[in-house]
Design a protein around this ligand. Structure first.
Ligand SMILES: Nc1ncnc2c1ncn2[C@@H]1O[C@H](COP(=O)(O)OP(=O)(O)OP(=O)(O)O)[C@@H](O)[C@H]1O
Ligand SMILES: C[C@H](N)[C@H](N)CCCCCC(=O)O
Ligand SMILES: [Mg+2]
Length: 210
């Protein structure tokens, strides 16, 4: 494994497949899971219970969020609605025996506070990163922009995960122009459940090989 402390899962957008990817990778690599900044609890259950149920993780493998907010907004905006600001001192990796998979909220340029974006948190945690993107039309631009932002900050990119109807042309273009590998393609799933997650986890390359 490139960095035995863990991996940061980011995406080109919100609702792009980071949590589904996290469930698959957590299962494949037997990692802990941490969603440090959870927003939107007034409209969704939050990502930790979703990963726990999809990857069938015991509760001790889920590290509770550092912050949870009700509003379905960026962490900075959701915190502000609750008259609070996020203390970066609480956004530190727990010491664990196994690697940890950390899921961001939204994409890379999402504000956590006035002086901290999601991409700055990746830098602060010093984790290699996997970028989740949709497979179809429009993804080339979003994916290459995100890869460029990561590269400019010297963040180690482990690869890209594409989610949605298989698109080999987009995979090839992203690999060529992004100078990276698509490590997993998640096809469009009619149902998302633990059985599918287990079967997709078997297609994931070993962390030491990416
Ligand atoms: N390949 C796919 N096939 C079917 N459904 C999918 C696929 N990828 C993602 N989804 C579904 O799309 C929805 C959004 O995905 P997901 O929750 O993983 O997004 P996210 O990037 O984690 O969003 P957030 O920024 O809120 O954390 C979920 O209901 C998920 O199950
Ligand atoms: C509520 C949602 N599911 C995510 N947790 C937060 C996404 C913030 C996105 C902000 C933005 O890019 O406009
Ligand atoms: Mg998520």
């Amino acid at each position: 494994m490139t960095n035995s402390r863990g991996v940061f899962i980011t995406g080109t957008d919100t609702e792009i497949g980071k949590t589904l990817t996290s469930a698959i990778l957590t299962k494949a690599w037997n990692t802990y899971y941490w969603k440090p900044l959870q927003t939107g609890l007034e409209t969704e259950q939050g990502d930790s219970p979703t990963v726990a149920s999809l990857a069938q993780l015991p509760p001790k493998k889920i590290i509770p969020p550092a912050y949870s907010f009700k509003a379905p907004l960026s962490p900075m905006a959701a915190a502000s609605k609750e008259h609070t600001t996020i203390n970066p001192g609480r956004l530190v990796l727990p010491q664990l025996s196994n690697p940890i998979l950390v899921e961001g909220a939204g994409g890379l340029m999402v504000p956590i506070r006035k002086d901290l974006l999601m991409i700055d948190l990746i830098n602060k945690l010093d984790l290699p990163t996997i970028l989740v993107a949709r497979s179809g039309l429009g993804t080339i631009n979003h994916t290459l922009l995100s890869l460029e932002a990561l590269t400019r900050r010297n963040i180690h990119i482990l690869g890209v995960v594409l989610s949605g109807p298989l698109n080999t042309e987009n995979k090839k273009t992203i690999e060529e122009f992004g100078n990276t590998k698509v490590i997993l393609q998640i096809p469009h799933l009619d149902v998302v459940n633990p059985t599918i997650v287990t079967s997709l986890a078997q297609e994931v390359p070993d962390l030491r090989d990416i």
